[in-house]
Design a protein around this ligand. Structure first.
Ligand SMILES: Nc1nc2c(ncn2[C@@H]2O[C@H](COP(=O)(O)OP(=O)(O)OP(=O)(O)O)[C@@H](O)[C@H]2O)c(=O)[nH]1
Ligand SMILES: [Mg+2]
Length: 226
């Protein structure tokens, strides 16, 4: 069966993204002819949730508890057969949604946007180095080369999202690539461009980096021992 945009949910955590959300949602509408479902799990104090509702998104309100708690809630709330995660800061290319969907239609279970392939010059240098190191660490533990394990833009078959139990928060993005790769699923990376963030970051890159490193190691060990 060939999936179209009417089979697609695009989901994201949103935390004070009023500067960016309009662009992100307009891009999704334009690229999918308004057919994709959009789910936002929101913890904002600004106008982000109102803007999301004006654009027809489903908004689930939640206390701020971190990236992974929000994105897991959004993934499980989506009810279409293909789910794409993204961030709401206008860094990810919504124009690539058709390419993600095509690869799912070719038979892949997970299609992961690889920001580092094209150099990711818009990414702060510290984050870029960290992301390269996480990819190397993950590659060693997986025994297979992966290039970007912390990307926020991926497509999943619903089944993958539902069958795996997700445990990580800041490290959820890495977990969402590592567990399916270590099970029977077909996973591939898709090179994507990456833009500079619109609006202020709320994350501490050092604390975030430590949490992600821990997630990569514990998730790979858990999967090995399964
Ligand atoms: N609902 C909710 N969303 C969150 C939370 N933390 C982060 N987000 C959202 O998750 C997405 C990713 O967060 P970002 O701050 O862009 O993280 P990042 O891409 O690693 O880092 P920067 O882009 O440099 O800030 C964004 O859309 C945020 O608004 C949270 O606690 N609750
Ligand atoms: Mg971001």
């Amino acid at each position: 069966m060939e999936y179209g945009f009417e089979d697609l949910s695009v989901v994201m955590g949103t935390y004070n993204e009023a500067e960016a959300i309009e662009t992100v949602l307009t891009d999704i509408e334009r690229v999918t002819d308004g057919e994709a479902e959009v789910v936002c799990v929101d913890s904002s104090e600004d106008r982000t949730p109102e803007i999301a509702r004006e654009h027809g998104a489903r908004v689930i309100e939640q206390e701020p508890q971190g990236y992974g708690v929000a994105v897991r809630t959004a993934l499980l709330a989506a009810d279409r057969p293909v789910v794409v995660t993204t961030d709401c800061d206008d860094t990810y290319p919504m124009e690539q949604l058709p390419a993600f969907l095509s690869l799912i239609n070719e038979g892949y279970d997970v299609v992961s946007g690889d920001r580092l392939y094209h150099g990711a010059e818009a990414m702060p240098a510290f984050n870029r180095l960290g992301n390269r190191l996480f990819a190397l660490l993950a590659s060693l533990l997986l025994g297979r080369r992966v290039h970007d394990v912390t990307t926020g833009m991926r497509a999943y078959r619903r089944e993958v999202v539902e069958k795996v139990e997700w445990t990580e928060n800041t490290g959820l993005s890495a977990e969402l690539l590592l567990r399916p790769t270590m099970r029977e699923y077909e996973v591939r990376e898709l090179p994507i461009p990456y833009r500079e963030r619109a609006g202020e970051t709320t994350l501490d890159p050092v604390a975030g980096g430590v949490a992600i490193g821990k997630s990569v190691i514990t998730v790979c060990l858990e999967e090995r021992l399964r």
